[in-house]
Design a protein around this ligand. Sequence first.
Ligand SMILES: Nc1ncnc2c1ncn2[C@@H]1O[C@H](COP(=O)(O)OP(=O)(O)OP(=O)(O)O)[C@@H](O)[C@H]1O
Ligand SMILES: [Mg+2]
Length: 401
Amino acid sequence: MNEPTEKQVHDQSLLGIYDHPTDVTAGQWSVSRSDRPHMYRIAHRRSSGEMHIDTVVDLDNLESKLQKWRREGFVRHETDMPKKEPAHRATFMKDLRASTPSDRATAPLSAGTAIVGGVPMPLGASGPLVPPVNPAYLFAARSENVLFDILENRRIMLIGHTGTGKTSLIEQVAAHTNQGVLRSNMNGQTTVGDFVGFWTVKGGETIWVDGVLPTAMREGLWLIVDEVDFAEPAILAVLTAVLEPGGRLLLKEKGNEIVAPHPSFRLFATANAVGSMGQYRHLYQGANLMNEAFLDRWRVYHIDYLSREDEARVLERTFSGRISPEMAQTLASIAAECREAFIREDLASAFSTRRLLDWTELMLRTGNPETAAGPTIYSKISAEDAALVRSIIQHHIALDD
Ligand SMILES: Nc1ncnc2c1ncn2[C@@H]1O[C@H](COP(=O)(O)OP(=O)(O)OP(=O)(O)O)[C@@H](O)[C@H]1O
Ligand SMILES: [Mg+2]
């Protein structure tokens, strides 16, 4: 490797530049760290650019020089001041607002449309694969852009910790729009055959069986590829082919048959440790890194836990009439505090909405938050973590003896 030039070293250690605001002939002083400990290098450059003083001084000497320059009218030039604004910096946001529709959600409602989370969505073809509506489901503000992306036929990847609501968001949109859904989990035995299709012998005849992808594409179903960060490379290669809207699937195994997507077909993926969630990969062992070219073909949404208020509302709606608003607030606060402890790395496991709902359900049956926390929380985490969660619970709930 080349040694850095003297100028580069000088620039790296630059502490300040002093110039005269009115006297252009005064030139410029610069102060930088010297390579000798506790010593500073001061240099003066004439307005012509010529460097004629370049010397090393100690701190006392530097301070007296700084006072002298100040007396002479030199001022510190803000080296970290933003550079001159690019010409259109100020008008960009105004121009953007002028081109952004402000009333997308208020388009006239046609017969085959349902309002989901405030967004008009076309109804699907119904059928046995439509997920059941969860009456307690709350379309939080985080859903809106995902809904518009579904309308625009974008490929959508939802990333986030386990149990934040990735799968249920897609399923509940489908449930409210009578749209059939297929799910395929990549963290298991899903093979390319399951995904794409395979030949088999039935009644003495060799027949082709479509996998989940061509089935969804032909029948206009929504396909959720769960835990896509665990998918084997051959499946990722197949997926990539259909990531462009209108992308066709080539069934090589079936004599290069081409499967064109039905207009209602949509493709979703969920993952725990992809992209901005990569910092948590150690929690999701075995998850693969997804390359940028693959990620760039999706809209990737980070689905975080519901806010404390939204989670309290979900609790109230889920256990309607069985828990008071105050109880719901308390439980949501416990979950939120456990998550804060997780972010601080005081807790090794996150506290999912799924865990909170399950704990609450068992608590309502047993009448005892501590007993209910056994199978729903404590048994799933280390003794140390359980002790911390217990202390958070006890901070919020005065448990009976
Ligand atoms: N907005 C919401 N309203 C009501 N319930 C919700 C909401 N979001 C999540 N839940 C509930 O939280 C639980 C977990 O949600 P979900 O299965 O969608 O999580 P996930 O992010 O897909 O988890 P994983 O990564 O483990 O697959 C479900 O029981 C779901 O109903
Ligand atoms: Mg899921």
